[in-house]
Design a protein around this ligand. Structure first.
Ligand code: PLP
Length: 391
């Protein structure tokens, strides 16, 4: 009999009833160090006091009005994002997938309004993930995601990860934009080289096409910059954001410069919930905290500590791990053992990690995890690796 919850998830045998900072707690009291943070969502940990206060204060005033009316909390958050980034304007969504939908629509409308309606193609790199909507799966393009779901949305060109030269050659008079994740998340924590991001920016400028970055997973302080592309010193024209920006409350956004956004006039896009007062009150508080250079310095320092300890872990368990890669607190351990065996051994030893493609386990802890928690987490990963060796 089909379960009451549609069985689309292969869930771990875990169920949590409480979260405290970097810890998740099961009903029987077992405590787990959470290096997954809800897949890079709980950027400030679980039940963060500042976020609880922001949410409950808004909850006592007003939950929802719709986008028929001005939403002060939304304007405040948009102003914060515009102030802190390349963007001139922001549209709020409830998820990364919805942000992808708008990014694609925005790029196509841009060209339509310029009288080049045939420019609809978006070039992406293999291994990417942009969500599970029809545009999201078409953008990623892998068989696993699109097979069985009928005609897929046309207009995506998929090239090998890192194929800068091929990308340049593929640009033609049908190309609207290039869309990449500065650090691929689901694809196995694969950062794009700074030089490659710079080359993408340059070829977009030369061809006059739009550059879209998907920072749903790698954004909002995750790499110790507010947004990952800042490491390369280049800006996109359009950027997708979600996950960390809501700290656990469903919130996403599309940020854009004025030119890229020029086609999106009244009536061209909308959302009932997007930019709802509750979500924006939380997002505003997240931004206030994460944008602080001292906070980002702290992320950088903690990332250095975690990375150093993970290098030690790899050296101590050469049959289990191959290497560490990633940026900031978005780290991947490429496994020699089966990644899911390591993740499961982690559960048994009270530490949560997240599997990814390319036989990687992802470490995406809360950005404010303490030094002691980092040490404890690596001790638990060490025990997990030993268990995998002995199995
Ligand atoms: C890079 C990236 N883009 C888009 C998405 C889709 O976001 P959501 O699951 O919030 O719809 C994800 C989710 O994992 C992601 O990692």
């Amino acid at each position: 009999m089909i379960p009451s919850v549609l069985p689309t998830y292969a869930r771990a045998p875990l169920s949590f009833v409480k979260g405290e900072g970097s810890w998740l707690i099961e009903a029987d009291g077992r405590r787990f160090l959470d290096l997954g943070a809800g897949i890079a969502v709980n950027a400030l940990g679980h039940a963060n006091a500042d976020l609880v206060a922001a949410l409950t204060a808004q909850a006592g005033e007003l939950w929802h009005t719709s986008n028929l009316y001005d939403i002060p909390a939304q304007t405040k958050l948009a102003d914060q994002l515009v102030e802190a980034t390349f963007a001139d304007t922001v549209f709020f969504t409830n998820s990364g997938t919805e942000a992808c939908e708008l990014a694609v629509k925005m790029a196509r409308k841009y060209w339509f309004d310029k009288g080049q309606a045939e420019r609809v193609e978006i070039i992406t790199w293999e291994g990417s993930f942009h969500g599970r909507s029809s545009a999201g799966i078409a953008a990623a393009g892998s068989d696993k995601m699109v097979k069985g779901f009928g005609p897929i949305l046309e207009g995506f060109v998929h090239l090998p990860f890192g194929d800068v030269e091929g990308t340049k050659t593929a640009i033609n008079d049908k190309t609207a934009a290039i869309l990449v994740e500065p650090v691929q998340g689901e694809g196995g924590i694969r950062p794009i080289e700074n030089a490659d991001l710079q080359a993408l920016r340059m070829m977009c400028d030369e061809a006059g096409i739009l550059l879209i970055f998907d920072e749903v997973q790698c954004g909002v302080g995750r790499t110790a910059k507010l947004f990952a592309h800042e490491w390369a010193g280049v800006a996109p024209d359009i950027m997708m954001v979600a996950k960390g920006i809501g700290g656990g409350f469903p919130l996403g956004a599309v940020l854009a410069n004025e030119d890229a956004a020029s086609g999106m006039v009244a009536g061209t896009h909308g959302s009932t919930y997007g930019g709802n007062p509750l979500a924006c009150a939380v997002g505003s508080k997240v931004m206030e905290i994460v944008v602080d250079p001292d906070f980002l310095d702290g992320v950088s320092r903690r990332a250095g500590l975690l990375r150093q300890k993970l290098e030690g872990l790899v050296a101590a368990h050469p049959d289990v791990f191959e290497f560490v890669r990633g940026s900031g607190l978005m780290l991947g351990l490429r496994c020699k053992a089966v990644n899911m065996d390591v993740v499961n051994a982690g559960y048994a030893n009270g530490v949560i990690t997240v599997p990814a493609a390319d036989n990687v386990i992802r470490l995406l802890p809360p950005l404010n995890i303490s030094d002691e928690e980092i040490s404890e987490a690596v001790t638990r990963l060490d025990a997990a690796a030993t268990a995998v060796e002995m199995a």
